[in-house]
Design a protein around this ligand. Structure first.
Ligand code: GLU
Length: 476
């Protein structure tokens, strides 16, 4: 249909890229990719006080991590001040915008009076037809909104929307310091960047008719619009920090995979039958704005956790590797110092939900033990365990194959030879290898640990037992 669709994501860099923003960016990206269009990144930084370079970076990092690549930009509104002035002047020339000298006090008073009368506060057009400009006052520029008629548009998510012009007032488009207001800059930019489809949060839906009037004043057709509903916390309140509406990069720090988050976000308010898992290609092929739910969707962390584990188990290793390595580094571990990541995943994939847990629970495979868990050592590394571990070490040393089956065999033989049950071998062995009593199954733990580390740790545990024995004797 529309072969040259152009979408844009236009965040204000006044905070981090959070879940809501990321989902909007994803929808824009999907629409552009589905129709071989272009996706533009625009940084709406006209609010100089609240915009920070740090936020810009966080947005860029977040989008990059999620794999939402843009074709043009980032374009910064702060670089385009001249352009906004130019277009405002064109509107003034046409009589469609005008300088307004009203003082803040007057506007405030007007507002109070209107509220007292029970009418919606709106600018009364006082400066519309001023004959003479008052001296010494720097004016704002207001757009002359039509007095009669209406604005109507077909929102791709919300359907037909109609607003009477009498509902709108003359909005400020340039402030006294010459900076543009949001509604004006967004129109100038979307026009200049030839945006054909605007996808954004429905908190902007009331702005759209105002923007459409500016398009009309500039003798141009507005783009298509799609306003996506907001995201709620599980308690039905607007998603906030309290619900985990944290920055995209904080999700990374908590061990989530970008593939899981993207998959989760696409399903937040959109569905395709009861399918839950979508590859990127499938999303691009199947996503449609018309199927986006009009009602807000609720954030559900269990579902995200489920998807995260799904991707952790199933992603091709080359896609997973950079993320795992990132977490190794974050936890101060060397990925080269232990088993391959393929082997690690084979053993730990079912046991953990995220990468923080994965790396935390795998530490003993890559780094020296930092001592034993006190309770576990007290229980398992006792003198009686000494001979068992000696026997086991001898058997393991002699194994020609370091494979789970052979390892399991060696443990079984040891149990038989020492006349002990599994607990008397497994307990001490786990603590000897992992420093504590929790680990994957014995054969897989041994397999993953490798011969060299296993034998060294058995020796270390035997020394610990001996020392403890000696201490106990000297004390008695
Ligand atoms: N800067 C606006 C925001 O972050 C963009 C709205 C739009 O996409 O038009 O909410």
């Amino acid at each position: 249909m529309n072969a040259s669709v152009r979408t844009r994501f236009a965040p204000s860099p006044t905070g981090f890229l959070h879940v809501g923003g990321a989902r909007t960016a994803l929808f824009c990206w999907l629409e552009a990719r589905a129709r071989e269009g272009a996706f533009v990144l625009r940084i709406e930084d006209t609010d100089r006080e609240r915009s920070t370079g740090e936020s810009v970076q966080a947005i860029i990092d977040g989008m990059t991590w999620l794999g939402l690549d843009w074709d043009e930009g980032p374009v910064y509104q702060s670089d385009r001040q001249q352009r906004y002035r130019e277009i405002a002047d064109q509107l003034i020339e046409k009589g469609l915008a005008y300088p307004c000298y009203c003082s803040r006090e007057r506007i405030e008073k007007l507002r109070e009076d209107q509220m007292a009368q029970g009418i919606k506060p709106r600018y009364d057009g006082h400066c519309r037809d001023l004959q003479q400009a008052p001296e010494g006052i720097e004016p704002v520029i207001r757009f002359r909104n039509p007095d009669s008629g209406f604005v109507e548009f077909d929102d791709r998510v919300r359907g037909r929307i109609r607003v009477e012009n009498s509902e709108m007032d003359d909005l400020v488009i340039l402030r006294t310091d010459q900076t543009p207001t949001y509604n004006f800059a967004v129109v100038v930019d979307d026009l200049d960047m030839e945006i054909s489809l605007v996808i954004r949060g429905d908190d902007h839906i009331n702005n759209t008719p105002r923007q459409i009037n500016i398009y009309r004043a500039l003798d141009t057709a507005p783009p298509e619009f799609a306003h996506v509903p907001m995201i709620l916390g599980p308690d039905g309140a607007r998603l906030s920090k309290r619900h985990g509406a944290i920055s995209v990069m904080a999700w990374r720090e908590q061990g989530y995979l970008p593939q899981a988050l993207v998959n989760y976000l696409v399903r937040l308010g959109w569905s395709h039958g009861d399918q839950e898992v979508f590859s990127r290609e499938e999303m691009i092929r199947l996503f449609s704005l018309e199927e986006v739910n009009r009602k807000p969707s609720a954030f559900n962390i269990e579902k995200l956790n489920w998807l995260n584990q799904h991707y952790l188990r199933n992603l091709p290793m080359d896609a997973l590797e950079p993320e795992i390595e990132w977490h190794f580094k974050a936890q101060g571990l060397d990925v080269q110092a232990g088993p391959s990541l393929d082997d690690l995943r084979a053993v730990q994939g079912d046991r953990v939900e995220n990468l923080v847990e994965l790396v935390r629970q795998s530490r003993p495979f890559y780094a020296d033990l930092e001592g034993y868990d006190e309770k576990a050592a007290k229980k398992h590394l006792r003198p009686v365990a000494g001979p068992v571990l000696v026997d086991l070490a001898r058997r393991l040393e002699q194994l020609s194959q370091w494979q789970p089956e052979a390892l399991e065999g060696a443990v079984a033989e040891c149990m038989e030879a020492c006349q002990v049950g599994m607990g008397k071998v497994g307990g001490p062995l786990r603590v000897a290898l992992m420093g504590q009593a929790n680990s994957p199954s014995i054969d897989r733990t041994l397999w993953l640990m490798g011969r060299e580390k296993t034998l060294a740790r058995l020796e270390q545990a035997l020394a610990f037992i001996a020392e403890r024995e000696a201490l106990a004797q000297s004390g008695s």
